[in-house]
Design a protein around this ligand. Structure first.
Ligand SMILES: O=C(O)/C=C/c1cccc(O)c1O
Ligand SMILES: [Fe+2]
Length: 312
């Protein structure tokens, strides 16, 4: 088995509320680098760790993480809709390997996913059906959240199980770093919102459009500085990236939910996808970060990072 890793922030505001041309050019160059890295590696399987934003997972049953043997995208924020090209056989093998290693994995035979999964596949592979993929949902918004140590354990178990496959496997993380978009919370939600977060009634096209316009407006407000959202925190984001670059992954076991939320905002927990991916790569042997890019992009409500990593 040959592994590689890409970590990539996502934002549904890309193309809808862009930063200035120079910033955009720097980001596009970093993303082009990641695309070239992936093209050269030519993965036979992508293990994709991504969060959900109340499109597929709801409080009626909210697992801390979940692996899919089939998955369909809802097409939120103009992202591609339809089935992902899931490698069901590999997904079942990984699920068994993870459970055999003592990590209590939830499995979905029909996962619903959103832009968190779709965007990295569009950006790196030009679509959701171009490469065999095993989607792994990592809860990054719906509190209570499990300890980060359990996400590291998940990533380690997936990495060990993937090492038994005779494939080139790309571990791909989608999300983070610091950001505080207006994702609803169950605590204190009015009854109608609480019901939607628990039951997951699919929104009408009008309701979806209204919700998405709210997020676009939040990006405009964030960039203008007129908002109560927690600011992007480049110092914290670079500490997070330093941890991944150093390989001292056990440090994440001390990252409390409260500390992450205070430093990086309500959606900083999407960084859990990166913890899982780096733990997977580390489980296959020592690694080096091959490239590292970071930019705070308030227009996208994103501490935006792109990293690549390979075995040492
Ligand atoms: O409202 C949503 O569904 C998500 C919004 C968002 C905004 C910015 C960065 C992200 O990672 C998001 O998920
Ligand atoms: Fe997100």
């Amino acid at each position: 088995m040959a592994p590689a890793l890409v970590g990539l922030s996502h934002s549904p505001l890309i193309g809808k509320n862009d930063p200035d041309a120079d910033t955009l050019a720097r980001i596009e160059a970093a993303v082009a680098g990641a695309r070239a890295f992936v093209a050269e590696f030519d993965p036979e399987l992508v293990v994709l760790y991504a969060p959900d934003h109340y499109n597929g997972f709801f409080y009626k049953e909210m697992p801390p993480f979940c692996l899919a043997t089939e998955a369909t995208a809802v097409g939120d924020f103009g992202s591609q809709a339809g089935p992902l090209s899931v490698d069901t056989e590999a997904a079942k093998a990984l699920a068994k390997g993870v459970l055999d290693r003592g990590v209590d994995l939830t499995v979905s035979a029909r996962m619903t996913v959103d832009h968190g999964f779709v965007q990295p596949l569009e950006v790196l592979f030009d679509g959701i059906d171009r490469v065999p993929v095993v989607p792994v949902f990592v809860n990054g918004v719906a509190t209570p959240l499990c300890p980060v140590s359990r996400i590291r354990a998940l990533g380690t178990a997936v990495g060990e199980a993937a090492a038994e496959l005779d494939k080139r496997v790309l571990f791909l993380a989608s999300g983070g770093l610091s950001h505080d978009p207006p994702v609803p919370t169950l605590d204190g939600a009015p009854p109608r919102v609480a019901d939607a977060l628990i039951e997951g009634h699919p929104p009408t096209p009008q309701q979806r459009a209204k919700g998405e316009e709210r997020v676009v407006q939040a990006g405009r407000d964030y960039a203008a500085g007129s908002t109560t959202m927690i600011p992007i925190n480049p110092t914290w984001d670079n500490l997070v990236l330093d941890t991944f670059e150093s390989g001292a992954l056990a440090d994440v076991d001390d990252w409390s939910v409260e500390w992450m939320g205070a430093e990086g905002g309500g959606s900083s927990h999407e960084v859990r996808t990166w913890v899982a991916a780096y733990a997977s790569l580390a489980a296959t042997g020592p690694y080096s970060m091959a490239s590292r890019f970071y930019e705070a992009v308030p227009e996208w409500i994103a501490g935006f990072a792109v990293t690549t990593a390979t075995p040492r």
